[in-house]
Design a protein around this ligand. Structure first.
Ligand code: BGC
Length: 709
């Protein structure tokens, strides 16, 4: 593909201006026509004034070592005389997310149109300096800052210039397309106390908007977005930091209908800075955009607040699965932070079918692995956060290389990702071994610790749990995963079994007591503690003494409820899940959250914000609590990878009237529901494969079917 095509650019390419490449061609008696295209920057393709395909922000976000191309069947769109217009904006490749400096990598196009005529003759049209290019009506498009579109702008086309740029980086589309998914209407349009006009969409979402306005030439439409209002009910966007998150549009005479082309925003509210006529629910909507992943998991309970939490977890996933798993969709970050993905991947894989989504991202992880084997803390690597050369990796963040492929195997049963990532995993273990300051531990290195743990010393983000202990536990976990993956792939895993054993012995000899909730949690969940009963009791005591409240951050939280319920403290796990006082999951729900917050204390009872520097209201990491509800509260776990056989061991409580989970696995639908009836607990179970059902300690081995206990 693209053998005869050249990368082309605007001859006077200005870094910040989108450009539009134009090709006119005749097409008569066409049987089939295919457009193959890729760009440096994101593109918006049109043929004869109509949008081609529905992939938003193509060609997607990948490692800079590759760029995906897309193929569109344009047969039905063709006329006798055709005009192809492809607008290219900054996107991920050239935008602020990459901090690319002046004209280093201009917005470029590589394209090949293949036409087969009805008499079976063929013609190929490829990019070259006979293509035209002009500045676009889309005057500015950048992911953090937003869009500016001038519908009256005209520019005379000039011949494109050839860019000498490697074509070997071009690969076939691997990821899932990003598409428009839902339309959301405002729930309110009101005047804030300070006089601003604000639109409330009722949901913190990721995507853009569409408006219609009758206007005069030169009238302006201007919006700025935010996630939360301040305690007075005024617009608040300081937590977006340097991301301007703006939209500006200059109208032409008559009816103007527009939706952004090459940007997205994370927002619930929109401030109307300018609009040519009255703005009502009839002329503005929000459009939710994310990777086209299929929903597979559903949780439901008798608690209204808990159901809202389940919904917030789903919205956290929708908002952050936009081509890559991002930390957040709104501020000047939106990066593929690996630790966040590590803790959320299990929940993500039950909620949605994310195997293909992660396969693409893990390919980028493999490509961006540092020379010494370290895993950069964000994937894809961006120019501004280049960790591939710094040789650092944070525990849990780097362990994305083992944890995520392994989880994809467990949820979906295929070994394809494991095979592809196996060398990466081994090199990663090698990296830790050569960089630690103490053999068989991960010791003395730069770490994120229990990121955002509430027991953080003042002024720190890192919790107070021992960072060397945390890192060593994940080193141990990764060694065990690599040993198991070796066996799964039919290779000898003995070396990694031995390594894991040595790490375990060393951890046990070095870290003798566990002082924080996170330390106890890890010691239990990862089988470090020798006397689990007393560690579980200590953990339980800490939580009880803290008024049934947690202090854990990114590292402890995902495993906390598992550690409790697997060690005899299921009721304490429920107390944490159902806790409404700060800090807790339901505290944010009580505060009106519609997604998962980055910080337990993102907003306090008085409505004051934690800080403006790091305060996202759409960060999925703590949404990982859903996997406890699927696996422990409702008890659904794969017995054989891919749910070829299943274990269903629900753990009911008197604190809820009912709870249910459904997972549509690759082998069919699993349902586990329990409810109270006449002083007893009823269990409704449905399994598509043979199952081990455990109720009140009694085991039932059953074939596929529906069961009532
Ligand atoms: C991100 C986090 C990330 C962390 C690591 C933050 O800025 O938003 O989610 O994991 O940095 O340091």
């Amino acid at each position: 593909m693209f053998e005869n095509a050249s990368w082309i650019i605007h001859p006077n390419n200005n870094l910040y201006e989108p450009v539009c490449f134009i090709k006119t061609f005749k097409a008569d008696k066409v049987k089939r026509a295919l457009l193959n295209v890729t760009t440096l920057g994101c593109y918006y393709p049109m043929l004869n004034g109509e949008r081609i395909g529905d992939f938003i922000l193509a060609p997607g976000f990948t490692s800079r070592k590759r760029v995906q191309y897309q193929s569109y069947d344009i047969t039905k769109m063709l006329k006798a005389d055709n005009t192809l217009e492809i607008t290219v904006g900054d996107g991920w490749y050239n935008g602020k997310i990459n901090f690319v400096v002046a004209n280093d990598t201009p917005k470029a196009l590589l394209c090949q149109i293949e036409i087969i005529y009805t008499d079976n003759t063929k013609k190929t049209i490829v990019t070259g300096d006979n293509w035209l290019v002009r500045k676009d009506k889309l005057r500015f498009a950048e992911l953090y800052d937003g869009e500016f579109y001038d519908s009256n702008f005209e520019d005379a086309p000039v011949n494109a210039k050839i860019l000498s740029h490697d074509k070997k980086i071009v690969v076939k589309q691997q990821g899932v397309y990003v598409k428009e998914q839902e339309i959301i209407k405002p729930i309110a349009i009101f005047k804030a106390p300070n006089g601003d006009t604000i639109i409330d969409f009722g949901q913190n979402l990721t995507g853009y908007f569409e408006f219609t306005a009758n206007a005069k030439r030169g009238d302006r439409v201007e919006f700025t977005v935010c996630e939360e209002l301040d305690k007075y009910g005024n617009f608040y966007n300081e937590n977006y930091r340097d991301a301007k998150a703006r939209f500006e549009y200059i109208c032409h005479d008559g009816l103007n209908t527009y939706k952004p082309r090459l940007a997205f925003w994370g927002f619930r509210y929109m401030r109307v800075d300018s609009f040519p006529c009255e703005i009502t629910a009839d002329n503005i909507s929000a459009i939710v955009v994310h990777s086209d992943i299929k929903r597979t998991g559903y949780l439901s309970s008798s608690s209204r607040l808990l159901n809202k939490l389940f919904s917030n977890i789903i919205w956290g996933q929708k908002g952050n699965f936009l081509d890559i798993p991002t930390d957040c969709p709104q501020r000047n970050e939106r990066q593929g932070w690996t630790g966040d993905a590590s803790v959320f991947c299990k929940t993500a894989s039950y909620n949605y079918d994310v195997e293909a989504f992660f396969e693409k991202w893990l390919t980028d992880l493999k490509l961006d692995q540092g020379k010494k084997g370290n895993i950069p803390n964000i994937i894809p690597q961006t120019v501004c956060w280049d960790w591939s050369t710094t040789e650092t990796t944070g525990a849990l963040w780097g362990d994305s290389a083992t944890i995520i492929p392994y989880q994809m195997y467990k949820t979906y049963g295929s070994t394809r990702i494991l095979k592809s990532l196996y060398p990466t995993m081994k090199r990663y273990l090698g990296y830790i071994a050569t960089h630690t300051k103490k053999r068989y531990l991960w010791y003395g290195c730069d770490q994120f610790g229990d990121w955002l743990g509430l027991d953080a010393p003042s002024g720190s983000y890192r919790g107070s749990s021992n960072e060397d202990f945390i890192a060593s536990v994940f080193y141990y976990n990764s060694a065990k995963i690599v040993a198991d993956v070796s066996r799964i792939l039919g290779k000898d895993g003995t070396k990694y079994d031995l390594l894991a054993q040595k790490i375990l012995d060393k951890i046990r000899n070095t870290f003798k007591d566990y002082k924080t909730q996170t330390e106890c949690t890890l010691a239990l969940y990862f089988d470090i503690a020798e006397d689990k009963a007393s560690v579980a009791k200590a953990l339980n005591d800490m939580i009880r003494a803290n008024g049934n409240r947690l202090t854990t951050g990114f590292v402890g939280t995902p495993f906390l409820l598992h550690a409790l319920s697997q060690n005899g403290y299921t009721e304490t796990a429920y107390d944490l899940l159902l806790q409404e006082k700060f800090p807790s999951w339901l505290y944010s729900v009580r505060q009106g959250a519609t997604t998962i917050w980055e910080h337990w204390d993102g907003k306090n009872e008085q409505g004051d914000f934690w800080s403006k520097s790091m305060n996202s209201f759409n960060h999925y990491a703590y949404g990982s609590v859903a996997d406890w509800v699927y696996e422990e509260a409702c008890g659904i776990k794969p017995k054989i990878a891919g749910f070829e056989e299943v274990i269903i061991a629900p753990k009911p409580t008197d604190k809820l009237d009912h709870l249910s989970a459904i997972i549509h696995t690759r082998n069919g639908k699993i349902l586990s529901k329990w409810y109270h009836e006449n002083g007893k607990i009823r269990y409704e179970i449905e399994t598509p494969v043979s199952a081990t059902i455990i109720i009140d300690g009694r085991e039932y081995i059953v074939p596929s079917g529906k069961y009532l206990f």
